[in-house]
Design a protein around this ligand. Sequence first.
Ligand SMILES: Nc1ncnc2c1ncn2[C@@H]1O[C@H](COP(=O)(O)OP(=O)(O)O)[C@@H](O)[C@H]1O
Ligand SMILES: [Mg+2]
Length: 259
Amino acid sequence: MIKSLQRKGGASAAEDRSQVQVCDVYKTYHVGEVDVPAVRGISLTIGSGEFLAIMGPSGSGKSTLMHILGCLDRCDRGQYLLEGADVTRMSKRELARLRNQKLGFVFQSFNLLSRTTVLDNVALPLTYAGVSRRERRRRAASLLDRVGLSDRSMHLSNQLSGGQQQRVAIARALVTEPVILFADEPTGNLDTRTGAEIMALLEELNRESGLTIVIVTHEPDIAECARRVIAVRDGKIASDRSSGSGVDAEPRDTVHVGT
Ligand SMILES: Nc1ncnc2c1ncn2[C@@H]1O[C@H](COP(=O)(O)OP(=O)(O)O)[C@@H](O)[C@H]1O
Ligand SMILES: [Mg+2]
């Protein structure tokens, strides 16, 4: 569908289900005198409701790509439309607002406030969104219920297991109702079984709410949980395949943004 819309050209973001459209993006880090090219010409379209894994060995550029997609960092070169808006032209402040309103993040280390209750950890992002305390707590409780941790809401987060902490981090990422959830190695600190449970939760959230999910992982088993797997090598896309088709797809067409 995305392809056909793109072929016609001129499809507006409203009719098109593409949420993320990056075209030929590059990112090089400069460390002293040394240039470290991390992302080297990636083009990618992600549609609303996709569950996608970015997979590749350590150092292949996955996190750098995710930081660009999640507007945590800027590309040096290339184009990026997020829901039709040109991210490359936005100021730092506009990017921060965009992240707060539209994007959720989960990381390998759960990044919870350890001496704060689970409920308050989940409610925290709403403080910055100017939501009343009562409403913050109501929404946080509802998200905790969603991730199966209602009975832990008054515990301190450091009283939870790793898998439970990651569930709390997922609830916290979702409390602002983002349109895309980015997760960088979300199972990296978990044992295999707990990791599989976290992936099952993400799969359920994607299926039931249509939330777009982009996970980054170096583990093929984890990537297989996603419906589409993009393999990254040396800062480039090596393959892009969707489960169901069972075959490597051609790299998808990309929209020429800007003109
Ligand atoms: N902040 C940084 N400064 C300098 N080099 C970096 C930085 N972040 C990542 N790199 C380098 O960029 C390359 C890609 O890193 P990264 O995107 O973190 O890969 P991955 O997530 O696949 O392990 C690596 O060579 C890494 O050493
Ligand atoms: Mg990484």
